[in-house]
Design a protein around this ligand. Structure first.
Ligand code: ADP
Ligand code: MG
Length: 369
């Protein structure tokens, strides 16, 4: 059933986190975190396990007190308010459905807590279950649903009271890959239809890229970079971001020369190459990052600024692409993905081949100690 946007809340509110800091003993879970989420935006906190994503989410929801800093929703400070007065919808990492309550009662719960009259509760629950296409399953218990259906119930329960802000902690974490991918598209479209400002937490960079308006990459309790999926992938600000978002080749070498924003490096295997420079100060040991799909092979490599002869070391057939690793020196191996187009010659282990890439597709970073 199609629910018109007018029937739904449609009014996302801004979230601002200002200099938020939180430690657990010696562990700094949030270090001076500042983040603005625009009304209606889908922003994802992406980072490895332990980087402070859940702590940030719990601080916004009101389940964790900050030591320092502020949380502001729609211009008003909320960090001293109890969770139930913040009017935020939350889907916890493990969904936290009430196992002994029916689907409809789970979804009704936040409304009953707010003292809503029974006839209004019924109508709202119906609307929320229609939204996630579960209207026929209201009488079931959570255990009688599939993983994807349980995820939808948790979503319906989080949005049933029309919150202006929605927090999702690894909401698709329990689903298998195929279902996960279809739920990503569904989640994004539901979020846009509702207009609810959404902060999602995930450690899955593919999911973050597919679903978000913007992504904030967290590392050790700090935000390393905030930007659109394309910004982060094409123009990572740090080696950590380059490494965490998408696959990349690392070519480690020492700086030969820097000219404007182009840097020439040489590896211990004697490979000389040029790339765009980032953060190169007086340090001489650097890492050049090149995305596998920007590494060219054979004919296509002949016009590239960086060109090297190499030998195919491994061939991995992955369906839509073929992955080759190519050794270009005793210390340097490059991975490349080649589209599995009909008619393109397949290379074999031991074949001699030219590899190349352009300086605009490679970024040089100083490794962070
Ligand atoms: N209640 C807690 N008590 C002690 N340490 C905690 C607690 N919650 C989180 N931490 C620690 O804070 C850091 C950040 O945790 P968390 O925010 O859960 O990370 P993420 O969600 O990114 O995996 C981790 O080192 C974690 O062990
Ligand atoms: Mg977490």
């Amino acid at each position: 059933m199609i629910v018109s946007t007018e029937e739904l809340c449609g009014v996302g509110k801004s979230i601002q986190i200002r200099r938020a800091t939180k430690s657990f003993g010696a562990v700094a879970a949030m270090k001076d975190v500042t983040l603005d989420v625009a009304p209606g935006e889908f922003l994802t906190l992406l980072g490895p396990s332990g980087s402070g994503k859940t702590t940030t989410m719990m601080a916004i929801a009101g389940f964790t007190d900050l030591e320092f800093g502020e949380i502001v929703i729609d211009g008003a400070r909320v960090d001293r308010l109890p969770p139930n007065l913040r009017n935020i919808g939350v889907v916890f990492q493990h969904l936290a459905l009430f196992p002994h309550m029916s689907v409809a009662d789970n979804v009704a719960f936040p409304l009953k807590m707010r003292g809503m009259p029974a006839h209004q509760v019924r109508a709202r629950v119906q609307r929320a279950l229609d939204l996630v296409e579960l209207s026929s399953l209201g009488a079931r218990l959570p255990a009688q649903l599939s993983g994807g259906q349980q995820q939808r119930v948790a979503f319906a329960r989080a949005v049933v009271f029309d919150p202006p802000v929605l927090l999702l902690d690894e909401p698709l974490g329990a689903l298998d890959r195929k279902l996960r991918e279809s739920m990503q598209a569904e989640l994004k479209s539901l979020q846009k239809r509702l207009g609810v400002t959404t902060l999602m937490v995930t450690h899955d960079q593919g999911e973050a890229l597919a679903i978000s308006d913007r992504i904030a990459v967290m590392n050790h309790g700090q935000i390393e970079q905030i930007g659109s999926p394309e910004d982060l992938y094409e123009d990572p600000a740090t080696l950590f971001v380059a490494d965490f978002v998408g696959a990349s080749n690392h070519i480690v070498g020492t700086v030969r020369s820097v000219s404007g924003d182009i840097c020439t490096i040489i590896t211990s295997g004697g490979v000389e190459c040029v790339g765009q420079v980032r953060q190169v100060r007086d340090t001489s040991v650097v890492t050049m990052v090149v995305r596998p799909e920007r590494v060219l092979l054979g004919q296509e490599a002949l016009d590239a600024e960086n060109r090297h002869s190499g030998v195919i070391e491994t061939v991995t057939y992955v369906g839509d692409t073929v992955r080759y690793s190519v050794r270009i020196s005793a210390s340097d191996v490059l991975l490349t993905n080649v589209q599995n187009a009909r008619g393109r010659p397949r290379l074999s282990v031991g074949d001699a081949v030219t590899v190349g890439w352009n300086s605009e597709d490679s970024i040089v970073f100083v490794p962070v100690k």
